[in-house]
Design a protein around this ligand. Structure first.
Ligand code: S3P
Length: 168
């Protein structure tokens, strides 16, 4: 059963995921990286050449492949856009929602060319997208952890939760 990191773009899912995997001594998989490797193309190239719907289809296939494994899995912020992903994630126990305010998020991701859903978007557009996804993260999250200031305490909090959980 995977330990899944969820949350909007720029909340630090990959950084936290890597640190957590070494603390827990579990393999680490970044879903976006797995998509890039499978397709042999960058995320902006996939969006541009095949469209977001195609990206979501590949994202779903890779999620379904990795979810049953004992790994730490970082997902992309838009994983909750797909109903099939929501269905799969609802059955998973350790869904860790990393969060930060949309102001902090905007500062971290604005103008990032590697993120087609953030690139050239205004702060208001990012806020709208963030707000449209919050209830979906909330619906499937086991716990919400803030990753706004101190990453060490964020990772520690998640680690403690996992180590003391009955499911572990
Ligand atoms: C996306 C988030 C990205 C990546 C793709 C789409 C989104 O992942 O999957 O660019 O729609 O929120 P990160 O959350 O790691 O940036």
């Amino acid at each position: 059963m995977a330990i899944v990191l969820l949350g909007f773009m720029g909340v630090g899912k990959s950084t936290v995921g890597e640190k957590l995997s070494s603390l827990l001594n579990l393999p680490y998989i970044d879903l976006d990286t797995a998509i890039i490797e499978k397709e042999g193309k960058s995320i902006p190239e996939i969006f541009e050449q095949y469209g977001e719907a195609y990206f979501r289809k590949v994202e779903h296939e890779i999620l379904a492949q990795y979810l049953p494994q004992d790994i730490v899995l970082s997902t992309g912020g838009g994983i909750v856009e797909n109903e099939d992903n929501m269905r799969l994630l609802k059955e998973n126990h350790f869904n860790i929602w990393l969060d930060a305010s949309h102001e902090v998020i905007f500062k971290r991701i604005a103008f990032d060319k590697n993120r087609p859903n953030a690139h050239n978007k205004s702060q208001n557009e990012i806020k709208k997208l963030y707000n449209s996804r919050v209830s979906r993260y909330n619906e499937i999250a086991y716990i919400k952890v803030s990753n706004e200031d101190d990453i060490t305490s964020c990772v520690q909090q998640i680690h403690n939760l996992i180590m003391t959980d009955d499911e572990n």
